[in-house]
Design a protein. Structure first.
Length: 608
């Protein structure tokens, strides 16, 4: 007989023996071991002597009288009771795991919504009441088992953060290059908070933008403090600056200082990479060179006169007045220097209401407002306001384009170059020979209402030239990278002789390959992803380095709003560690696997 036949015969004999043990000795198999159907005791192995001895000494007197069909009925009844007991324990364990998973899910949603951790109890009460409203008492009892106290939710946040932290360390370990974006601001308790974001890219051109660390600086905020904080974070997650492609900061001396600032200390430590000044900050500095403070001063004073802190009655009257005359805007908008883009919206509304404002100031505002009224009816002042309104609108449009996550350095540089071309077009529109206000609607409106304004508008050509000069002088760090940006943007049209020598041979191959010539429509990362690493290792490495770079600190600025929402006046006692955990969970794009976190818990906790 073959080996397979012998094995089949042995299996058949084992099944026969197990059936006989169940019939004769009331034993069944449970997790590979024999278990008595009556007392639920288990034995180590299926041996006839062990099972018969247990049955004869313990259960023979009670069950020996049953034979045939009666014995089969007894065995069936005992097996049904055993299955019921097993299902009870399974159901309890399943309920506990579901309650634990629900607890983690609610904690995650509270963190992402920036809500207080104590709101978990309110969520639980609402869930119970909703289940009762639908008449599902069993579901209400299940909801009662979910633990959502403040301390429990805090522990859940800690576990979720550790899960994200482990994944981020793996991402940092696997990446080819990473860049850093740094910015510092104070919270509601005047504690300086340093945000360190990282942008990583792996060999497949998959990009991650994540919060690397939030460091609370309770003492000084010098360049050495910032460098030590960044150095500690990078060593913890990546083991050093070997993969660093660039660092982007704001323009503060502690960040950009060449000797004692972060940039200087980083270069002194032997790290050779571009240290960029945030392109959005530089654009805002260019916008501030327009010398129209006399316009903004009057706009701010009149706005505060109508809707200042103690001007509630005046504000209500103004809104009612605008409603009566049916104008485009129903109110003025406040302006603050901290929010750069608010100036454009404030000017737009103020200019639209330039006719109604003097009438309201004469009739409804106490005090001497004659100087304001005289200015608001002065043609030259209104022309200044019209020009400032239009040019600020264009600057705001540029600022909006520079914002957003996921943009490469080449994208940001292209937006800035496009605006420089627009400035040349704007300058020609204000020439004394032929004025063209197609892109300046407020100026066109003034020329239509007051034709003699044409003699005033030509002077704004000098202001546009000043703005052009600012855009030319600033962004020197981005201008220095222009050859690399051009190669990254369009490698098929780059002049080979002007590129670094180590890339020239591979660049010749790529420009001569007909397959890549058909892919001219692909731009940026989508094109570089097509290059096989075996043929173009150096070009791919160059593209990975460029694609990993931050170009602005927008991601830091936007998350400062999140920080101020989490650590507010009503939650000002939140600890530094919990703030960091909530910040990371609230802004991460890493997939959070709740089920894997639940499996790591040894004993599920049930609310009582």
């Amino acid at each position: 007989m073959s080996v397979r036949g012998k094995k089949r015969k042995l299996d058949q004999e084992n099944r026969t023996f197990q059936t006989r043990w169940e019939t004769d000795y009331l034993f069944t198999e449970f997790k590979g071991r024999p278990m008595c159907l009556v007392c639920l005791e288990t034995r180590s192995v299926f041996k006839d002597f062990n099972l018969s001895r247990h049955y004869n000494t313990t259960h023979r007197d009670k069950y020996g009288k049953y034979t045939g069909a009666a014995r089969a009925a007894v065995i069936a009844d005992l097996k049904v009771k055993l299955n019921k007991q097993q299902s009870i324990f399974t159901r309890i364990t399943s309920t506990q795991e579901s309650a634990l998973k629900a607890s983690y899910s609610v904690a995650l949603e509270l963190a992402k919504a920036k809500k207080p951790l104590s709101d978990g109890e309110i969520v639980k009460k609402c869930a119970i009441e909703m289940a009762k409203s639908f008449g599902d008492e069993d579901m209400a009892k299940n909801f009662e088992t979910v633990s959502l106290s403040r301390c429990t939710v805090t522990r859940r946040i800690f576990d979720i953060h550790n899960h994200v932290d482990g994944k981020l360390k793996q991402v940092m370990h696997d990446c080819k290059y990473f860049s850093l974006a740094l910015d510092e601001s104070t919270d509601v308790m005047d504690v300086s908070q340093l945000l360190i974001f990282t942008r990583t890219i792996d060999s497949s051109f998959v990009v991650h933008e994540e919060l690397l660390k939030l460091v609370s600086l309770h003492n000084t905020t010098k360049g050495t403090d910032i460098f030590n904080a960044v150095n500690s974070a990078v060593n913890e997650y990546c083991g050093g600056f070997d993969k660093l492609s660039a660092a982007v900061t704001d323009g503060a001396p502690a960040m950009q200082g060449k000797h004692n600032g972060f940039a200087g200390l980083l270069q002194q430590s032997g790290v050779d990479c571009p240290i960029l000044h945030c392109i959005i900050h530089q654009e805002a500095l260019c916008a501030k060179t327009l010398n129209f403070s006399h316009v903004m001063d009057l706009v701010t004073k009149v706005t505060n006169l109508i809707r200042g802190g103690n001007r509630s009655l005046s504000h209500r009257r103004f809104v009612a007045f605008l409603d009566e005359v049916s104008v485009a805007y129903g109110d003025l908008q406040m302006h603050t220097e901290i929010r750069w883009m608010s100036r454009g919206k404030c000017l737009e509304r103020f200019f639209a209401l330039r006719t109604e404002l003097p009438v309201f100031l004469e009739d409804s505002v106490r005090g001497d407002t004659s100087a304001y009224i005289r200015k608001l009816r002065d043609t030259e002042f209104l022309c200044d306001m019209a020009f400032l309104t239009d040019v600020t609108s264009h600057l705001n449009h540029l600022n909006t384009k520079l914002q957003g996550r996921g943009q490469t350095v080449s994208d940001l540089y292209a937006h800035m170059n496009a605006f420089r071309c627009k400035l040349e077009l704007f300058k020609e529109g204000f020439s004394s020979n032929r004025q063209n206000f197609a892109h300046f609607p407020a100026c066109e409106e003034m020329r239509r209402d007051v034709p003699e304004c044409e003699n005033i508008f030509h002077k704004y050509r000098a202001d546009i030239e000043t703005l052009q000069q600012q855009f030319k002088c600033r962004f020197h760090d981005f201008h220095a990278m222009q050859p690399r940006i051009a190669l990254f943007t369009d490698p098929l049209s780059a002049t080979v002789s002007e590129q670094p020598s180590e890339l020239q041979l591979e660049l010749c191959e790529i420009q001569s390959d007909p397959f890549f010539q058909t892919k001219r429509g692909e731009r940026g990362v989508s094109f570089w992803r097509l290059l096989p690493e075996s043929r173009f290792p150096l070009l791919r490495d160059f593209a990975l380095s460029m694609a990993s770079m931050f170009g602005s600190t927008y991601i830091c600025e936007s998350n400062f709003s999140t920080m101020k929402h989490i650590k507010s006046k009503k939650r000002n006692r939140i600890s530094d560690d919990v703030l960091f955990q909530l910040m990371r969970i609230g802004c991460t794009n890493i997939d959070i696997d709740i089920q894997s976190i639940v499996r790591q818990q040894e004993r599920p906790q049930v609310s009582h």
